[in-house]
Design a protein. Structure first.
Ligand code: ZN
Length: 183
C-alpha cells in the first residue's frame, strides 16, 4: 500500500511549513486530510493537497479489487468495491462475480471481504472472477454464531462453536494486514 494514502483527519503537514490545499483543512496547528486520498505535497508552492481517488473509481479489466460482499445469489455474488489495486475507493461501485463454476457449498457470506480480479464490463455491469488461488475470501465469520473461523484444508472451522463450513478462500486468507493501511 502507498505511504501517501490518507484518511480523513490524518496529519499531512505542519501549518508552519505548508498551507492547506485541496481536500485538506487546517486545525490551527496541522494541515489535515479532509478525505481519503493520496497525499501530494507541493514543495515549491508550499501547499499540501489530497488527491481524491475519484478518477480511480471504475476498475479496468485486469485490476485486482478488494470489497465487501453485498449479496449472495445462486450463481453469483455482488461485491461493493473498497480498494482497486490497493488504493482506497469511496465510490461504492459494485461488481458481480460468477460462482457457478466453483464447487463449494458456500462461496461467501454477506459482509465477507473478497479479493477479485476484474474481467470485463458488459452492459454497464462490472464482472469479476476469483479463479486464481490468491483470489477469493479474505475475511469471513461463522455462519452459525458469527465467531472467528480458521482454515482447515479446503474448509473453515469456527473457533467458538466448531461449525465446519466452506468458502472459496484466497491464499491470503487469515493475513489480517490487507486492511492495515493506516500508519
Ligand atoms: Zn460458530
Amino acid at each position: 500500500m502507498s505511504d501517501n494514502m490518507t484518511f480523513p483527519g490524518d496529519k499531512i503537514a505542519s501549518i508552519e511549513e505548508y498551507e492547506a490545499g485541496y481536500n485538506t483543512f487546517d486545525d490551527g496547528d496541522m494541515v489535515r486530510a479532509a478525505t481519503i486520498g493520496e497525499k501530494i505535497i507541493d514543495k515549491n508552492s508550499r501547499i499540501a493537497n489530497i488527491k481524491h481517488p475519484k478518477n480511480l473509481s471504475v476498475p479496468k479489466p485486469g485490476d485486482i479489487i478488494i470489497g465487501t460482499v453485498a449479496a449472495v445469489m445462486s450463481s453469483m455474488i455482488a461485491v461493493t468495491i473498497d480498494y482497486i489495486n490497493d488504493k482506497p475507493n469511496s465510490s461504492k461501485i459494485e461488481c458481480v462475480c460468477g460462482t457457478r463454476n466453483i464447487r463449494r457449498k458456500n462461496i461467501a457470506l454477506v459482509n465477507d471481504i473478497a479479493k477479485l480480479k476484474i474481467v470485463s464490463h458488459i452492459n454497464g455491469t462490472i464482472h469479476a472472477n476469483m479463479d486464481d488461488s490468491n483470489l477469493g475470501i479474505l475475511f469471513t465469520k461463522c455462519r452459525k454464531c458469527g465467531g472467528k473461523v480458521v482454515p482447515m484444508r479446503d474448509a473453515i472451522k469456527c473457533t467458538e462453536c466448531s461449525w465446519i463450513d466452506e468458502r472459496k478462500l484466497s491464499s491470503d486468507f487469515g493475513k489480517s494486514d490487507f486492511v492495515q493501511v493506516r500508519e
